[in-house]
Design a protein around this ligand. Structure first.
Ligand SMILES: [Zn+2]
Length: 413
């Protein structure tokens, strides 16, 4: 079994944590910002130093490739994203990029023979922090999003603040927009591996070093509305009111009571609520809230959907309506690659469990194009998208070793 350099992994984690540092352990590194460009320049510097050839595609995805000894063979890609949410951590995304770099650096420094070219990838704007949607650029090149629509995306996220520019303008100004012909594609590439932090508490709770990820759960996202009547907060007796916010609270309680009877691993969230008129002296007349439901089993999701559709048409004298915002079928990763990750994890002597990913990742879109899989490493206390996000060096190093040996196994196929 091959092992990468723990010192080099440590150095990269420390170095990249400086690009966009908040000064409080975390980073804010929106895609294509000057902080993100500094991280990209560091990636370039390190990859050029090992003799990699670097190109970008029209969505500014970066590809650093070292040649293999076989002629005309497709590339094996490894990678993740280098952007973050506001006040995010030093591991989400970037650890997968560091893994890809470290795999290439190890192969070069140890002179490990490989037939296929190996490519380290940075996916642009995975978080969609400033320019939605998330997983934007893997989505465009895998045919999930319309390119013209995402180029027009304007900074709208309340969490991130707003940008003066559209994504297309930021892309043009970045200097990283390259040629469409450089996109990852099924002729020039034969596989993609993405290492990522778990972003949840399961691996730590189960005392496992590696998550062998077999896919990404399916989900649906609904908007639920309650319609009441706006009236004066001082003059309208309680019994006369049609308070849409009270009705929304009742609807959310109802959804929880119903979905709590489902298998324990179903997860559902109301994370966004719009309230009209949102004035402290006015009884709300309109509320519109989100409902995100996720599970691995399509039958369980279908049953949850039927439950949502059976929501009472009225709560607290207010009308209740719903409609689908969007949904996504579960994604199953390539079984052969999942098997190779498991085999190598076992051979390296690491504890592991097979698991599904709850969040979406670039690998999910790529899996529709190429054999793809993911490797998870633990997140301390399950924390992510925050400055406290942490994975120990030993855990990160173990994950890189699994990626290294898996890439070299794919190379033998
Ligand atoms: Zn991520």
């Amino acid at each position: 079994m091959y092992q990468c350099s723990k010192d080099r992994v440590k150095d990269k984690i420390e170095t990249f944590s400086r690009f966009g540092s908040t000064g409080n352990r975390g980073i804010t590194r929106f895609s294509l910002s000057k902080e993100a460009i500094a991280a990209r320049n560091e990636f370039t510097k390190r990859m050029v130093a090992i003799g990699a050839e670097i190109v970008t595609d029209d969505m500014a995805n970066m590809y650093a490739t070292i040649a293999g000894f076989g002629a005309g063979l497709p590339r094996i890609a490894l990678g993740s994203h280098a952007d973050s949410v506001r006040n995010g951590g030093n591991y989400d995304g970037i650890l997968g990029v560091i893994t890809a770099m470290e795999v290439l650096e190890t192969v070069v420094s140890e002179k490990i023979p490989h037939r296929h070219p190996l490519t380290a990838v940075i996916w642009t704007n995975e978080e969609g922090s400033l320019y939605p949607p998330a997983m934007m650029s893997s989505g465009v090149i895998c045919g999930k999003f319309d390119k013209a629509a995402v180029l027009a995306s304007k900074g709208v996220s309340a969490e991130a603040g707003s940008s003066e520019m559209t994504f297309g303008e930021a892309l043009a100004a970045s200097g990283f927009a390259g040629d469409e012909k450089n996109r990852l594609n099924p002729q020039d590439y034969c596989a993609m591996l993405e290492l990522h932090i778990e972003q949840g508490p399961v691996l730590e709770a189960e005392k496992k070093q590696i998550g062998v990820v077999d896919g990404v759960v399916g989900m649906f996202n609904y908007r639920i509305k309650t319609r009441g009547q706006a009236d004066h907060a001082g003059t309208t007796p309680m019994s006369f009111r049609k308070d849409a916010l009270l009705a929304a609270a009742s609807a959310i309680k109802w959804i929880h009571a119903e979905l709590d009877t489902f298998p324990q691993d179903i997860v559902y969230t109301t994370g966004e609520i719009k309230l009209h008129p949102n004035v402290h002296t006015v009884i709300p007349d309109d509320v519109d809230f989100s409902l995100d439901v996720r599970h691995w089993d399509p039958a369980v999701l279908a049953q949850a959907l039927e439950t949502i559709k059976s929501i009472p048409k009225e709560f607290d004298n207010c009308a209740v309506t719903y409609k689908e915002a969007w949904s996504r079928a579960r994604c199953e990763f390539n079984k052969e690659l999942v098997g190779l990750v498991e085999k190598n994890t076992r051979a390296l002597g690491y504890s592991y469990m097979i698991m599904h990913s709850g969040p979406g990742h670039d690998a999910q879109y790529v899996s529709g194009m190429l054999p793809t899989t993911m490797i998870f490493v633990p997140s301390k206390d399950g924390r992510s998208h925050c400055e406290e996000e942490f994975t120990t060096l030993d855990e990160a190093w173990a994950g890189v070793n699994v990626a290294l040996n898996t890439a070299l196994d794919i190379d033998k196929k």
